[in-house]
Design a protein around this ligand. Sequence first.
Ligand code: HEM
Ligand SMILES: Nc1nc2c(c(=O)[nH]1)N[C@H]1C(S)=C(S)[C@@H](COP(=O)(O)O)O[C@H]1N2
Ligand SMILES: [Mo]
Length: 395
Amino acid sequence: MSPGRLRLPDPREVVDRLPGGEHVPVPGVELAEVPSSSRLHDARMARTLGTALAVTFFTCFATGLWSHVQQSPVGWLPLPSRPAGLYRITQGVHVATGLASVPLLLAKLWTVWPRFIQVPPFRGWRQALERLALLPLVAGAVFLLFSGTANIALWYPWRFDFRASHYWVAWTTIGALLVHIAVQLPVGRHATPEPTERTGLSRRGFLGSVAASSAVITVATVGSTVRPLRAVSVLATRDPAVGPQGLPVNRSADAAGTVGVDVDSYRLVVDGAVRTPLSLTLDDLRALPRRRVELPITCVEGWSVGASWSGVPVRDLLALAGATGSRVRVESLEQRGAYRSSVLGRRHASDPDTLLALTVRGEELAPDHGFPARLIAPNRPGVLQTKWVSRLVVL
Ligand code: HEM
Ligand SMILES: Nc1nc2c(c(=O)[nH]1)N[C@H]1C(S)=C(S)[C@@H](COP(=O)(O)O)O[C@H]1N2
Ligand SMILES: [Mo]
């Protein structure tokens, strides 16, 4: 380094400068001196918080992609219907790790902020690249955490499609994160100067409060899916025990325009790729052999609740109609609305626990839960558990 290009501080002040003195393991990636000498702004702190964030972000990314393929299936990946509670776990983990990332990200930005204002902003092309990757990384991380939190809080302050934007920003953020890690990894291993300053908040105290904030956020929200914690989950946007028949409702029968279904004229139609199309009255349907299953409703927005359902297995209806196809489009009485129909893949359509449910917790379905019949299938996001079902089209 040429001294003329840097404003070097007094050597006594740079003992724990970011990220650590004279270690220059990768040409051009040496991290510049910054005007702060606190141990809370040093490379070790940045790396500790960065490691925690990498864990939560990769977990969010993996579980998010998993959620994405449930709703936008790809041909080469047949979706399993087992284990029955898998999606409940992956989506619960997605939302919980996402929310726990909020204090981590704030702490990380606070730790590294002196580097954003350092002069010169970068030295060499490697550091320039690293700096450039920070833009999509920071902007993307903030966007994901903000849009995700707003989504589960049922606040939609945007005009764009949440799923599409959250999905593509996730890819760019993870790409930028990989670049960031690739550049920082060799630097980090060498930079471990012991801080000299002993005043103010200690390293342990700072990390402890960040960890405590994450823990409080988790406990305060995870009760929307971990039922025993519902009483202490004061920030949870859903109480999994509140709603008709003790189950929350996202879209009510009123909102869907399916209130007061005429029981006499109701028909369940099974057609499409079948030998004998069916048109069953509600009494016909009720007279068929039923099965009872214990399955959760798992909303993509992070709440979930298990219940016992009984109804007619979809595969029995397909057998009755002599289905020649293996996938099924489930259609609702609802006329408009993004979730008025869903498709059962081969494995879900043939799973004995995939039901056209007629009861929940021993009672006829409440209108809000899909009276007279609703789909309930194992390992499936709530958005695809179609309510007020009136037609199965075999594909
Ligand atoms: C507070 C943090 C977060 C929350 C509350 C959150 C919430 C959500 C929710 C509710 C969905 C389901 C959307 C739907 O199907 O309607 C979702 C999907 C997804 N999330 Fe997050 N998220 C957060 C952070 C992240 C992060 C950090 C990443 C990636 C690094 C990520 C990646 C994804 C992906 C890839 C999907 C699938 C999108 C799709 O279906 O097309 N999320 N998230
Ligand atoms: N026809 C129809 N079915 C639907 C929906 C909808 O809007 N329309 N919402 C879905 C969503 S997002 C969820 S989480 C579940 C919730 O089921 P519940 O209201 O019985 O708890 O229903 C699903 N079924
Ligand atoms: Mo949902």
